[in-house]
Design a protein around this ligand. Structure first.
Ligand SMILES: *Cc1c(COP(=O)(O)O)cnc(C)c1O
Length: 384
């Protein structure tokens, strides 16, 4: 290695420090204000955030909660999903999507994904509904995921869900701020859920999440479930089994500050993704966003079929450029989930995608020079 150029400084996969510098002292002030107020649980910032999120996404009601997993669970609990029910969801996703189904006692039924969007395949959804019937399960709901920030194919999914009497829960953990035909994903479906985990497009300084719904009755039900199933008018009367799923006031204050720069960040993500796509399309399958969609680019995911993925990652590591695999194993192949049914005879696309995907550093504060350095290194790694 003596003839090698000295290592360039490491690049962050997602640089939350850069965002902190951009937001400046307003963030520290907002946090300290909560600290001094002493209103750590359901302080005024929580309701303020919920109203701001509703306004931003054009959805009637938002209920904040402790994390994205609880957000998904609250929606299923509000519908009374339970044993004997099937909830259809993709296998090529983060574990929480299916985990919450198992919590309720219902059966997660895994559906295949589309190669062009990484998202739930509507044709496989229809096959999965048949599979549920064949197994004697009641197909109650479908959880579609806007993977890596791109809205799923709701033009096809919504009519299928309607035709079969399924509730549609949008797992917008990676896609808060994304739109389909100008409509925010949080407003699509019977309910939507998102996550404010720090690395998500809109992240807080810890765990956080939110559920979105369209009517006040559902909001009341979700609010009761969020606090141990208490009666909304009498907190000493528990009327149902719920959970402790509140969002901390400090996290609400953090999110209110971040929401101020969020639209500009989302714009910046579009520009960086476009530059990556243009620079890498000849060497890898680059992510394509379907017509009428705006993605939040939660991850920038290339596909490199037929390549030694580990070797490509090692070459980039030698250039001090981190990479990640989202996701190396579809859920139906994982120990905890292998017992659950899949749509039809198997999920070939989910398995193919898991073998081919590979993510490079991406966040809205990547400057031009760093983008160029990443592009050059990825090109070298893929040309070797
Ligand atoms: C992150 C994520 C979740 C869970 O969110 P947490 O806030 O980490 O609980 C659920 N679904 C998807 C697709 C995710 O990416």
């Amino acid at each position: 290695m003596s003839d090698a150029a000295p290592l360039k400084p490491p690049i962050a996969f997602i640089d939350l420090d850069a965002q902190r510098r951009a937001i400046g002292p307003a963030m520290d002030e907002a946090i300290l204000k909560v600290v001094h107020s002493g209103k750590y649980i359901l302080g005024p910032e929580v309701a303020e955030l919920e109203a701001a999120l509703s306004a931003f996404a054009g959805v009637a009601h938002t209920l904040s909660c402790a994390n994205g997993t609880d957000a998904l669970a609250l929606a299923l609990m509000a519908w009374g999903v339970g044993p004997g029910d099937a909830v259809l969801c993709p296998s090529f996703t983060f574990a929480a999507t299916a985990e919450v189904v198992a919590w309720t006692g219902a059966t997660p039924l895994f559906v295949d994904s589309r190669e062009d969007s990484f998202n739930l395949d509507p044709a496989s959804l229809e096959v999965g509904i048949d599979t549920a019937k064949r197994l004697g399960l009641v197909a109650r709901a479908v959880i579609s995921v806007d993977l890596f920030g791109q809205p799923a194919d709701y033009d096809a999914i919504v009519p299928i869900a309607k035709a079969h009497g399924l509730k549609l829960l949008v797992d917008a953990a990676q896609s808060f701020g994304a739109t389909l035909h100008g409509r925010h994903v949080a407003a699509i479906g019977d309910m939507a859920a998102t996550s404010f985990f720090p690395a998500k497009p809109l992240g807080c300084y810890g765990d956080g999440g939110a559920v979105f719904c369209h009517d006040p009755e559902t909001l009341d039900l979700l609010a009761s479930l969020r606090v141990h199933g208490q009666d909304n008018n009498d907190k000493y009367e528990n009327v149902r089994i719920g959970m402790n799923g509140r969002l901390d006031t400090i996290q609400a204050a953090v999110l209110l500050q971040k929401l101020r720069v969020f639209a500009a960040e989302t714009d910046s993500r579009q520009a960086i993704a476009a530059r990556y796509n243009e620079a890498l399309a000849d060497l890898a399958i680059v992510p394509r966003i379907g017509a009428g969609r705006v993605s939040t680019w939660a991850q920038y995911v290339l596909r490199i079929p037929g390549r030694e993925r580990k070797a490509v990652q090692a070459r980039l590591r030698a250039d001090n450029i981190p990479t990640a695999i989202y996701y190396p194993k579809p859920l139906h192949r994982q120990t905890a989930y292998a017992r659950y049914p899949v749509a039809g005879n198997g999920l070939p696309v989910a398995e193919k995608l898991a073998a081919e995907v590979f993510s490079i550093p991406f966040h809205p504060y990547l400057d031009q020079a760093t983008q160029a350095r990443i592009i050059a290194a990825v090109r070298r790694a893929l040309s070797a």
